[in-house]
Design a binder for this molecule. Sequence first.
Ligand SMILES: Nc1ncnc2c1ncn2[C@@H]1O[C@H](COP(=O)(O)OP(=O)(O)O)[C@@H](O)[C@H]1O
Ligand SMILES: [Mg+2]
Length: 260
Amino acid sequence: MLLRLNNIYKDYMRGKIVVPVLKDVNVSVEEGEYVAIMGPSGSGKTTLMNIIGCLDRPTKGEYYLEEKNIVNYDENQLSDLRLKTLGFVFQSFNLLSQMTALDNVALPLSYAGYHVRQRRQIAYNALKRVGLEDRVNFKPSQLSGGQQQRVAIARALVNNPKIILADEPTGALDSHSGIQVMELFHQLNEDGVTVVMITHDANIASHAKRVLHIFDGEIAEDVERKRKEAEQNEQSVEAPLPEEEESGSDIGTEREDNKE
Ligand SMILES: Nc1ncnc2c1ncn2[C@@H]1O[C@H](COP(=O)(O)OP(=O)(O)O)[C@@H](O)[C@H]1O
Ligand SMILES: [Mg+2]
């Protein structure tokens, strides 16, 4: 398993009040998957993405990335992990406006000990991969939104991450550019990159091979699993009831089959 979240909780403090935002989230992603996490605004998607991306820590729970429990990693270990394993794509591109596309894309490499020439070559190749080799010397303001997002994707790719994490990557784009970005993610996934994409948009989510739904800080699958577990526990404690018996009347300990 490439990543596994076990019983993750995240609380925020609002003044002195504890606000639970993620509630017992369990998510596993295998290498090579393309997963969308879909949910309405305020459901906890960005909070979850920040935890998966090691940008924030859970209040409680375990997080295994490549089988290592990283919950107790220090800041240096986490930033190393982000640099080597994860690539980030945000709704607002987060490009530096005074830098060219090439320099934006090369930036993460400056932390990885490459020479300038190597950095520029790798950045150029990444821009080529997203179809922007003819825009390397353009600044963000000279590019369309869709092109800026493709630059951001190239930047996310330069360190050869295992996982691309994207938070509403098409949220600021027109539908045509959005589809181009989705085609790019599809291509990257075909090339073996694991993609975890967060979105509130069902059309965008439908591009993924697997969709998880999050509502009010809970993954729908987990809610379903808990319901089934609770049902199984009930069944193992009590004999199955005949069909016509009303459910919900099983609070007492008296055996229902006496009534037959
Ligand atoms: N830093 C924070 N402090 C307090 N509350 C926060 C913080 N970040 C997010 N929240 C709250 O957590 C909930 C989920 O937020 P978020 O994860 O951004 O949702 P989404 O990305 O699905 O729209 C929201 O109610 C939001 O107000
Ligand atoms: Mg969000």
